[in-house]
Structures are given as structure tokens and as C-alpha cells.
Design a protein around this ligand. Structure first.
Ligand SMILES: [Zn+2]
Length: 398
């Protein structure tokens, strides 16, 4: 399995860890996850007579899981390791100032904007301006301490750092919650008698055969998509939804999939794992996010039809993909200066046929499992409304 992380860069990152205050990430993640746990209990689990517990184990591994009890499916647990929370915090801290520096030092973003004819939705600065009334609560807690402290603590970078951490962590929580509310335990075929708990770990679990793998992998895609849908609804509910916040969310997803890509081969197939190839997860997520956002903007009265907002969403998505890919290469990977990372190569036509075949195979599995998901879903208002608007994720005409 290829390890793309540069040993020298990893050493520097390990060295940095001593400067990351545990108390800080403990407090910030607790604030977000306590509120999410409370929301899920009030709106999903308590009305069904159940309970959700969220735990943050002191474990270095970058992992998270959902645990379901088939005998009491409404008694559930979500675990997000502190190791994962720390890495999200680290990227939320470094990605925004990197973006500002990258735009100062290169013409890539100017070139991209020109391709989009410098229309009103493009922006030439490194980061979007998140309007003051759409910044999150963390920003206002840190504004006086951080903004203007040095050139890395611009107002935009601080607003984007605070937003990145909140939406990235919320998406991890909602991905796990989606395994539970979609009752994925009902779709596991190899339940041994007397199994009390079923765990859906995000890392290091492997399936037994490719037929079972493709079923498991399609459930991960379903959890990714409902995780996105719930994160967008969360942003709207918290009144922090804006084009800038959406862009930061897309960048955070890009960084997470780049992180998951380490260890995967540069070859796309169903493979042996319980999780799809991160390139495939990314393709489904990008397709779903574009559809879900345009639908929400129409519902909220910000757009008349999908064409109206489609081009702006494509711009944000292409730009987020570019910036998160370049950031990942610079920050973590062993590669030549200026070269595309292996992940970024897939933004081109690289290995198009295998990608398409893999996506279509997973889409078939997904559609079969959606019958069970739709009839057992624990939430009445769920992602199926967005999903039903999409005929197919991928062009099947050629
Ligand atoms: Zn999962």
C-alpha cells in the first residue's frame, strides 16, 4: 500500500503537535459535539424512546465509528477519536493562511477566475469573505485575541479557520449519524447469532469478498451524502450558511478525502476494503453537494432554477478541489515541487474509464439498498428528498 506522506514533512508535523493545546481542541470539540448530541436526541432518538451518546476517546488514531445495537436500534453510540479531532483542528489552522499565501505567490487562481470570465461569484483573494453576520460563534470568541496578531491572523483567515473546524467536525459526526439513522445494521449480511453491537469503523476494516465489499462501500457513499445533507441543514439552522462557508466546507471535505487517500493504490476498482476508493467518494460527494445546494437555494428563495446557481457551484467546487489538493501536496506529500499530486491527477481525465465503471457499479448497489434505507429511516425529513431529484450521478449515455 503506497504511503504518500513524506517522512520529513511528517517529522515537522509531529514536532508541531507539542504546540497544539489539548485543552483548546477538547473544549472546542466538546462545545460542538455536545450540541449535536443534544440536537440528535431531541429530534431523532428521544421521540423514538431511545438515546444517542457521543464519545471522544483519547486515541491517537484518526478514526471514528458508529455503534448500533440491533436489539435496541435507537440506543446508539458515536465515537470520534481525539486523534481525528486534532488533525481536523490542525488543517483548520493551517489551510486558511496557506490559501492566502498561495494566491499571493501564484497565478493559478487568477487563471481559474479568467476561465469563469471573472463573473461576480469568482474571488481573487486567497479566502472568501464570510460576511460578519454569517460568522460562527467561535469567531466572535477569538476575534479580539487573534485578529491582527500577525500576518497569518487576518480577519478572513480567522473567520475561515473557525468555520472550517466547525463544519468539518459536524460532517464527521453527521456521517456517523447517517449510518445509524439509515439503519445500516439491517443491511449487514454476516451477522452472527447473538451479535449485540455492530460497529461501523472508518479505518482499517476490510470486507471478505468483493460482492460484500461493494455493498459495504455503497453504504459509505450513502453515509457521505446524508452527512453532507445534514451538514448543509446544520449550517442553515445555525445561520452560518453563505457562499464563503460553503466553499470552506468543500475545501474541508477535499482535505479529508486527500487524507483518506493515503494507503490506497493509484488504481480504481472496488478492491478489498469496506470503504470505497477516496477518489470515488469524492466524485459522489461533489455530484451530491451540487445538487443538494442548488435545491436548498431554490427552496430558500435565493435562486430561481438550477442553471441559475449551477455555474457558481461548479466554480466553488473546482476551486476547492484545486486548493485542497495543492495544500495537501505541499503540506504532507513526498512530491516534486509544482507536480500534481496523485489525487489531483484524477481531476483530469486520468483513468476515466475505471472511475466511471466503479461509480456505476456502486450506484447499482446503492439503489438496491435504498429500498431498505427508505423504509427504515429514523428521520422523516431526510436526504432522500435531495437524492430523488437526481436521475443518475454519472453520465451513462456513452
Ligand atoms: Zn462510515
Amino acid at each position: 500500500m503506497p504511503d504518500r506522506i513524506s517522512p520529513e514533512k511528517q517529522q515537522r508535523i509531529d514536532f508541531e503537535s507539542q504546540f497544539i493545546k489539548f485543552e483548546m481542541i477538547d473544549l472546542l470539540s466538546k462545545t460542538i459535539l455536545d450540541e449535536l448530541e443534544c440536537w440528535a436526541n431531541e429530534n431523532i432518538f428521544k421521540p423514538l424512546g431511545g438515546n444517542l451518546t457521543v464519545q471522544r476517546p483519547l486515541n491517537e488514531s484518526v478514526n471514528a465509528c458508529a455503534i448500533a445495537n440491533p436489539k435496541r436500534p435507537v440506543e446508539a453510540v458515536i465515537k470520534i477519536n481525539m486523534g481525528m479531532i486534532r488533525e481536523i483542528y490542525r488543517d483548520s489552522f493551517v489551510f486558511p493562511p496557506f490559501s492566502e499565501q498561495f494566491v499571493k505567490d501564484s497565478s493559478n487562481v487568477a487563471g481559474l477566475n479568467a476561465q469563469f470570465r471573472n463573473l461576480g461569484f469568482t474571488f481573487g483573494s486567497g479566502l472568501p469573505v464570510i460576511p460578519r453576520n454569517k460568522r460562527n460563534a467561535f469567531y466572535f470568541s477569538f476575534e479580539e485575541i487573534y485578529v491582527g496578531r500577525n500576518e497569518r491572523f487576518t480577519e478572513d483567515a480567522t473567520a475561515c479557520r473557525c468555520m472550517y473546524f466547525e463544519v468539518a467536525l459536524a460532517w464527521v459526526f453527521f456521517h456517523e449519524l447517517s449510518h445509524l439513522v439509515q439503519c445500516h445494521y439491517k443491511l449487514k449480511s454476516q451477522l452472527s447469532a447473538g451479535t449485540d453491537f455492530i460497529e461501523f469503523y472508518e479505518l482499517n476494516s476490510s470486507g471478505s469478498n468483493s460482492e460484500e465489499n461493494s455493498k459495504e462501500q455503497s453504504r459509505e457513499i450513502l453515509a457521505d451524502m446524508e452527512g453532507i445533507d445534514l451538514t448543509l441543514k446544520y449550517m442553515i439552522r445555525k445561520d452560518i450558511f453563505s457562499a464563503g462557508a460553503l466553499y470552506i466546507f468543500m475545501c474541508a471535505l477535499g482535505c479529508l478525502y486527500n487524507r483518506f487517500y493515503n494507503g490506497y493504490p493509484e488504481r480504481i476498482d472496488i478492491g478489498q476494503g469496506s470503504h470505497p476508493h477516496p477518489i470515488i467518494r469524492h466524485e459522489f460527494s461533489v455530484a451530491f453537494i451540487a445538487n443538494a445546494i442548488s435545491q436548498k437555494l431554490i427552496e430558500m428563495g435565493y435562486a430561481k432554477d438550477k442553471e441559475n446557481v449551477g455555474i457558481a457551484i461548479v466554480y466553488l467546487s473546482v476551486r476547492a478541489n484545486l486548493l485542497s489538493g495543492i495544500y495537501w501536496g505541499w503540506r504532507y506529500e513526498d512530491k516534486e515541487k509544482g507536480a500534481l499530486t496523485s489525487f489531483m491527477k484524477y481531476s483530469t481525465s486520468h483513468d476515466h474509464e475505471s472511475r466511471r465503471a466503479c461509480c456505476l457499479a456502486l450506484e447499482v448497489e446503492m439503489n438496491m439498498q435504498l429500498v431498505t434505507v427508505a423504509s427504515n429511516h429514523l428521520m422523516r425529513d431526510n436526504f432522500l428528498a435531495s437524492l430523488s431529484q437526481m436521475k443518475s450521478f454519472f453520465d451513462q449515455s456513452d
